[in-house]
Design a protein around this ligand. Sequence first.
Ligand code: SF4
Length: 301
Amino acid sequence: MTAIVEAGTTTDLYALLFDLGRRLYVDAQKDIPPDVRAALRRAAERESSEVGRRVLTTMLKAMDVADEHRTLVCQDTGIPIFWVTIGRGFLLDGVRLQEALRAGVEAATCEHPLRSSIVSPITRRNRQTSSGVGVPVFHIEFSPEIDYLDILHMPKGSGSETMSFLKMLYPADGVAGIKKFVLDTVVEAGGKPCPPTIVGVGVGGSSDLCMTLAKKATLRPVGSRNPDPEVAGLEEELLAAINATGIGPMGLGGDTTALAVHVEYAWTHITLNPVAVNMQCWRGERRRARVYADGRYEITY
Ligand code: SF4
């Protein structure tokens, strides 16, 4: 059962969406999800490297300080990304949804104030709004399994986002090729993604879908397993192999290089075998809201 941070009701959906855009962006950076905190605590208890233990303890302290002073856990405000799932029968204006969430992020950046981390890739101009062409990033999906609006937000830090990898393997490379690629990328990344990470792995689909799956995989709560037993087995095997590399917390050596490995997959072309890796840093930032058709809403992790 996911902890509910706040619940309420609204009569103005778009005003609520503006407020959610504003709050999810900030709160995700201040309040680390309970599953990530618990995983870091467990890691600190069993870490055999003294330096690694010290790094993990410092991370736990950073979260406590952020709780006490209501400050950000890390200075990187990230790139705002929304994963929106619209349930069956939930009626809304999609353009207004995007406008409201985007305006919320922009308002949060000015009011807090937050460092705006978003620039033009050509001119490096920063509008100081955490937004620009194509940002915030929106992934919008529809689900027949829910009847509400689900908004999951991640302000993705650049240290971990830089460590994103895609390879279009051949079918002959098989699952062995997938495992090798994941392990090679984690070793190549070393301490750069601020480990211990949540390693997201996308398998299959097209190149764009594969990377999207990898990133989406990082958003699953730590401790969750893919419902497919074979994929869950792959997650466990990869986690053990990654933690045997000895990269450790912040790359300074130790048993805890990853808190979790999450694999998501899609079917692919007969001649393709794509694999993507996207890492989430130790702060594992995410915040979620559900809005129901009758105006009720809940904010969770
Ligand atoms: S990768 Fe994460 S922990 Fe590292 S600097 Fe960026 S937000 Fe902070």
